[in-house]
Design a protein around this ligand. Structure first.
Ligand SMILES: [Zn+2]
Ligand SMILES: [Zn+2]
Ligand SMILES: [Zn+2]
Length: 753
């Protein structure tokens, strides 16, 4: 007879782990106990050695599907003489090491109950169990227990309490367990917040409103969403107009997989992503005759689709039976609204009615966005379903905070070997977003009880996030933007040692004070140096140039031809008035408010303007996206790539001029824009291979916002492999600035340790 004392860390709370341990111990006829603690799950089992061995073997093999064992430690002790096996009450206190699970999409069992007329949870929108339901959006403190969630205000009825206490029940210790008797309820309010209906009538009338073409604000899992009939052009156009969102694509929720298949082309992996417990928005190629209103995603051959992920969504979507636009319930650049009173105040002018409920949302969690590249999912916006699962590094880290960059902001903390990357916060453009940024990192530090030894921030002197970092009173580690991109990709792929990184994005503050963006770095988290870069040009008007691709095009022309550029016959130049052209010419000649950049994103912008694809953007990255969407499969040739040697110890310079000349010659000859765009992409892939050859490092990391571009990523990846290199890309962590905080942690850890 022996006793095993086991500590398990990972995603082991709220996923049915304790009932599983209870069953396993019973099957092996072992006695002892299991309980949740702040650091994870603790088990003591005693019995014959053989049974204990079996228990240890089966534990990780048969664990509940949503659980994730990060570490399992045990020691062998003398028996304590337990009479039976029990599930003990959770313990508070101690160092908090348990992980918090993300919100999980409705499981098939709960969905079936909700649609079964005889079931006591028939049409109950807040049905959940240990396999599914809200987690991160309702937790207030660790350990994850009902009294530490926003469900604490609902006292369970007798039947729910029985389920909660019965180890063999699927709802055993399901913290948000609820039923129509005792749980949260729906209400429908008009645009001014006056009640219209309650419970199921609220749901039915909300569906009627959407059918009539009205805009509905729905209080979902991690915040409000705005819904409108995706087939109804007038409804969608009204939503856009009221939200002041011009052309940025809107996501669509389909009633089921069949419905999604009618809207977009789906591969087997893409279907898997849609049906996963994360249930993200998936970007996929749309079908032409899908019946989706033109203004859902104007001029965009792709569509973001998702499936219902809560019982409320399932019920509403099954009542409707057609796709609806489902976009975040916020004002432009502001965080999503989570509270119904606040919703009426901020969204009242935008929506016709509110479908609300009385389960408080502790923190906002946006819908995640995923795209499949290289046959695997790449998270572009990491929020619901993914956050706050950690990225586990190989080495132990000091406790740190990283505040991220400026656009697509996320923050991160480190604890042990884990980096916990926050949910997507957004662009820190408004006072509200700035306030939300602080709230999110304070929330993470408190939840996980982390006291940072240092704060990492972007080296940009003016970023609001860096300003936050400096106000906290901890030592500050400034991390250069592209170094953070590189370190993020290395951390995610568990790579040590020197690697070549193609770190390509729109803009990041560079070591020489110019705006970097088309960089090749060699190094690791500990340090790096620039080995190649794009030939620089001026961004006339600074910030303004981010929104006007024609300004990037003018910058290139001016770099090549000087003031003669202004007299050239390009159509994008004719978009400027005579006076504007004169002023821009003067600014370029003097270099006033025309920062120097080596940006890859702006080069894409310039190409869009030259080819007449887009001269003025309405949202960040639009022109670059349109250049990608113009790509035609089956075009294999590329424009010539030339690398200039700038001098001893200087980085190589990619000269885009020959590429541009070749493109414009093609255009004159009447070659299709799609073919030109493809040859341009192919040239960039050849550039990466050429730099890799010159540098001579086998491992090449592809990171930065430009690698959201599927064609560029896949082409570069395959060409590198063909040339004998080992390319690495992002998967769970966004390649864009949403992944910067992870890289900042890795770099700061190397500096602080
Ligand atoms: Zn369930
Ligand atoms: Zn109940
Ligand atoms: Zn970046």
């Amino acid at each position: 007879m022996r006793r095993l004392k086991i500590a398990i860390r990972g995603v082991v709370q709220g996923v049915g782990f304790r009932p599983f341990v209870y069953r396993l111990a019973s099957e092996e006829a072992l006695v002892g106990w299991v309980r949740n603690g702040p650091q994870g799950v603790f088990i003591e089992v005693e019995g014959p050695q053989r049974s204990l061995d079996e228990f240890l073997l089966r534990l990780p093999q048969e664990k509940p599907p949503l659980s994730f064992i990060q570490s399992l430690e045990y020691s062998v002790l003398e028996p304590a003489g337990y009479p039976d096996f029990r599930i003990r009450r959770s313990l508070d206190g101690g160092e908090k090491q348990a992980l918090i699970l993300p919100d999980v999409a409705t499981c098939p069992l709960c969905r079936e109950e909700v649609f079964s007329p005889g079931d006591r949870r028939y049409r109950y929108p807040f049905t959940n169990c240990t396999l599914c339901g809200p987690r991160f959006s309702i937790i207030q403190a660790l350990p994850y227990d009902r009294r530490h969630t926003t469900m604490k205000k609902f006292a369970m009825c007798e039947r729910c309490a029985r389920e909660y206490d019965e180890p063999r029940n699927r709802r055993f210790h399901a913290q948000p367990n609820a039923c129509p008797e005792c749980g949260p309820q729906l209400a429908l309010w008009d645009g001014a917040g006056a009640p219209l209906a309650e419970r199921d009538a609220a749901l039915c009338q909300a569906a009627d409103a959407v059918r009539r073409g009205e805009v509905l604000a729905l209080k979902g899992i991690g915040g409000f969403q705005l819904l409108a009939d995706a087939r109804n052009e007038a409804a969608v156009a009204r939503l856009r107009q009221r939200k002041r969102r011009e052309e940025k694509p809107l996501a669509v929720m389909c009633p089921d997989l069949e419905g999604a298949r009618r809207c977009v082309h789906l591969s087997a992996i893409e279907e898997q992503v849609l049906l996963s417990p994360q249930s993200p928005i998936l970007l996929a190629r749309r079908r032409p005759a899908a019946g989706i209103a033109p203004s859902v995603a104007p001029g965009n051959p792709h569509l973001g689709v998702m499936l219902p992920y809560s019982p409320l969504h399932h019920l509403l979507m099954s009542d409707l039976g057609f796709p609806v636009v489902a976009t975040s319930g916020n004002l432009q650049d502001e965080p999503i609204v989570t509270d119904e009173e606040e919703a009426v105040a901020t969204l009242g002018g935008i929506v016709d009615c509110f479908l609300v409920h009385d389960r408080p949302i502790e923190r906002y969690v946006d819908d995640s966005v995923v795209r499949v590249q290289l046959g695997r999912e790449v998270v572009l916006r990491r929020a619901r379903g993914y956050a706050p699962l950690p990225v586990t590094l190989k080495q132990k880290l000091p406790p740190l905070l990283a505040v991220g960059a400026h656009l697509k902001n996320t923050v991160a903390i480190s604890r042990g070997r884990d980096v916990i990357l926050s949910q997507h916060i957004g662009d820190l453009e408004t006072a509200q977003a700035f306030f939300a940024h602080r709230k999110v990192f304070e929330d993470l530090l408190r939840l996980y009880d982390v006291k940072p030894r240092a704060v990492a921030c972007d080296a940009h002197p003016d970023y609001l996030s860096s300003q936050h970092a400096r106000e906290l009173g901890f030592p500050v580690v400034e991390v250069f933007h592209h170094h953070a991109h590189l370190a993020s990709c290395l951390a995610e792929n568990e790579l040590d040692g020197e690697v070549l990184g193609a770190t390509w994005d729109g803009a990041g503050f560079g070591e020489d004070g110019t705006i970097w963006g088309g960089e090749f770095l060699v190094g690791d988290a500990g340090g790096c140096h620039r080995v190649a870069t794009f030939r620089p040009f001026r961004l006339v008007g600074g910030e303004q140039a981010m929104r006007e691709p024609r300004r990037s095009a003018l910058g290139l022309l001016f770099e090549m031809e000087g003031e003669a550029a202004l007299e050239r016959p390009w159509s994008f130049l004719k978009g400027f008035s005579e006076g504007e052209r004169h002023l821009l010419g003067q600014m370029l000649a003097r270099g006033s408010n025309s920062p120097i950049t080596s940006s890859c994103g702006r080069l894409f912008d310039a190409v869009a303007a030259f080819l007449g694809i887009k001269a003025v953007s309405t949202f960040e990255g639009q022109a670059a996206m349109m250049v990608e969407f113009a790509v035609q499969e089956g075009v294999d040739d590329s424009y010539p790539v030339s690398l200039l040697i700038a001098g001893e110890g200087q980085p190589l310079v990619f000269d885009w001029e020959p590429v541009l000349h070749a493109m414009l010659r093609d255009q004159e000859r009447g070659v299709e824009a799609g073919v030109i765009c493809t040859r341009f992409h192919n040239a960039l892939a050849e550039l990466i291979v050429e730099v890799a050859r010159q540098v001579g490092l086998e491992r090449v990391a592809l990171t930065g916002g430009c690698f959201q571009n599927r064609y560029l990523t896949e082409r570069a990846f395959h060409r590198l492999e063909e040339a004998g290199f080992r390319p690495f890309t992002h998967q769970r962590v966004p390649p864009n600035d949403g992944g910067i905080a992870l890289g900042q942690i890795a770099v700061a850890a190397a500096k602080v340790a």
